[in-house]
Write a protein of this length. Structure first.
Length: 248
């Protein structure tokens, strides 16, 4: 029996999201928009070029057996890339379905980026909860997200509970719109985020409170941690080539 959007997700890796999408993403859409594939244009180019060139050379290979072998090899490369992309989407769909619903706001459309926020605390009193705030840049955004300041529902998974006892070190959010274009589902997800029990007010009010005092430096790539009032608590290094300017 399927669960409602916003209900608790299925238990996975000894944890359970209190509010999840509870539906699988459109796999093609998910692969195309997900920021994990930062080189996706290269991958798609290899996939399409490999299949097209492979098909063309295979046809020519009817007349030239050696060209047919070469075409088959090139086609296999394209097929392998496509298979890897499919495996990524298939494996990631469980995270999309059962991850925690969190929030974001569109920061820029010309250079696509979102400011993301998610609860990091793993228990305790709600008034003591800590939240992670970070910027994620994308190669492209769905048309429905191309508006600066737009409130965006996301689904997040969390990592590394060892370095900071009581909280996750970081979170990995994906806009729900990356997995579906269904307006009804997107609306229900946004409503679930707005009424989330993980925040005393709501995610978007908290994010606006933080940004009003701590705008993001242009080259900031790490994670800010704030309390429930939007006050900066600490900065955590998450980028491989991290810059750690203090917020203005």
């Amino acid at each position: 029996m399927s669960k409602e959007i916003g209900a608790a997700g299925s238990s996975r890796n000894w944890s359970q999201a209190s509010s999840a999408t509870n539906f699988n993403p459109n796999l093609f859409r998910y692969v195309w928009f997900n920021e994990t594939w930062m080189c996706k244009f290269t991958l798609w180019s290899l996939l399409i070029a490999g299949l097209l060139i492979g098909a063309a050379i295979l046809l020519a290979g009817i007349l030239a057996w050696l060209l047919g072998i070469l075409g088959a090899l090139i086609g296999l490369v394209g097929l392998a890339v496509g298979t890897l992309m499919g495996i990524f989407a298939w494996v990631s769909r469980d995270n999309f379905k059962n991850g925690l619903l969190t929030a974001a706001m569109v920061e820029s459309v010309s250079e696509p980026s979102l400011i993301q926020i998610g609860v990091l605390s793993r228990g305790g009193r709600k008034q003591d909860y800590l939240y992670g705030v970070k910027r994620i840049k994308y190669l492209t955004l769905p048309k429905s997200l191309r508006k600066v300041g737009l409130a965006v529902p996301c689904v997040s998974t969390f990592s590394d509970e060892v370095r900071h006892p009581g909280t996750w070190h970081d979170f990995d959010p994906v806009p729900v719109a990356f997995g579906t274009s269904d307006r009804k589902k997107l609306k229900h997800c946004l409503e679930a985020v707005t009424s989330s029990e993980d925040v005393e007010s709501d995610y978007f009010t908290l994010l606006q409170a933080f940004l009003s005092h701590h705008p993001f430096p242009a080259d900031f790539e790490d994670l800010y941690v704030c309390d429930g009032a939007g006050r900066l608590v600490e900065t955590r290094t998450i980028a491989k080539k991290a810059h750690r300017p203090e917020p203005s």
